[in-house]
Design a protein around this ligand. Structure first.
Ligand SMILES: *Cc1c(COP(=O)(O)O)cnc(C)c1O
Length: 232
């Protein structure tokens, strides 16, 4: 069943690419496996998935230890500074940088390991109170500040669009994120690139691809609904 759902998502991405004149290989599908047991991740792995997304540092670390080493782990959830140590060795990309203080801690931990950590800036595109992320207005300034740190590199933007029944409602937000990334790119800040746009989830990833997403984060559409009860 997981395999069929995965194939359906793949098909939808291919179609969205075709509609918008994009290449399928320019979009990375991240399978968001939070709350799901390792066996389901193994099933997805067997079906060819190599990019997994988790939103909790500890869960990411535990799964990292139990699954093949060629998996790319994406930290997509809010990250507290005291959890940076946990994910810095296992995550390939931190999608959720939204403050200078967090960036500073990532920089410190990366420096200790003599590496440079790639990250995305999380933008709260609709200004929702309940969501993390910097405002569109503050994103440029934050990018400039973080660019001065030696062991962290901004590679693009990440956004969580509002929950909606109609994915078309979010098209405008995806356009705004894309435009913001173009504006930041045009500023040509040292050490800042805008090659990655991480946007689109189960409800709206096709629209996100049409609007330029290079990474989509799909959980429910691949693994089925999450049961938070079993985590307690
Ligand atoms: C859970 C989560 C997703 C996936 O959500 P679905 O609606 O299940 O596809 C994507 N991005 C983030 C940041 C998440 O926390």
């Amino acid at each position: 069943m997981l395999k069929e759902q995965l194939m359906q998502v793949e098909e939808n991405i291919r179609e969205a690419c075709k509609r918008s004149g994009r290449k399928r290989e320019d979009v990375t599908l991240i399978a968001v496996s939070k709350t799901k047991p390792v066996e389901m991740l193994q099933e997805a792995y067997a079906a060819g998935v190599r990019d997994f997304g988790e939103n909790k540092a500890q869960e990411l670390c535990e799964k990292y230890g139990q699954l093949p080493k060629d998996i790319r782990w994406h930290m997509i959830g809010h990250l507290q500074r005291n959890k940076v140590k946990q994910v810095i060795d296992s995550a390939c990309l931190i999608h959720s940088v939204d403050s200078y203080r967090l960036a500073e801690e990532i920089n410190i931990q990366a420096k200790k390991r003599s590496r440079v950590m790639p990250v995305l800036l999380e933008v709260n595109i609709a200004g929702e109170q309940t969501k993390f992320g910097v405002s569109k207005e503050d994103a440029m300034l934050l990018a400039e500040e973080i660019s001065k740190l030696d062991n962290i590199r901004i590679k693009g933007l990440m956004a969580v669009a509002p929950f909606t029944e109609d994915p078309e409602d979010n098209r405008q937000y995806f356009r705004e994120i894309r435009q913001l990334s173009v504006d930041i790119k045009n500023k040509t800040i040292d050490n800042v690139s805008m090659d990655i746009l991480s946007m689109g989830m189960t409800g709206d990833y096709m629209v996100a691809v049409e609007e330029g997403a290079t990474m989509v984060r799909v959980g429910t559409g691949i693994f089925g609904a999450r049961d938070y009860g079993r985590m307690q």
